[in-house]
Design a protein around this ligand. Structure first.
Ligand SMILES: [Zn+2]
Length: 65
């Protein structure tokens, strides 16, 4: 096990723009940054509470059953 020390100045804020969600109702996509302004996780466009997390890497098509 090796641990690499990262400076304390480092903030993982960039991750928030990498994490993407898709609304289960209107189908719009948004990032975790958009959700920062929301009191809870829901679509910032239509307010629907069911959102799907989209993997930031790759364009793999995932079928939802
Ligand atoms: Zn929506």
């Amino acid at each position: 096990m090796s641990t690499s020390h990262i400076g304390e100045d480092f903030t993982p804020i960039e991750d928030k723009s990498m994490i993407r969600y898709k609304c289960g109702k209107c189908g719009r996509e948004f990032t975790a940054l958009d959700l920062e302004y929301m009191p809870s996780i829901k679509c910032p466009y239509c307010g629907y509470r069911v959102v799907y997390k989209i993997r930031p890497i790759g364009r793999k098509l995932i079928k939802a059953i």
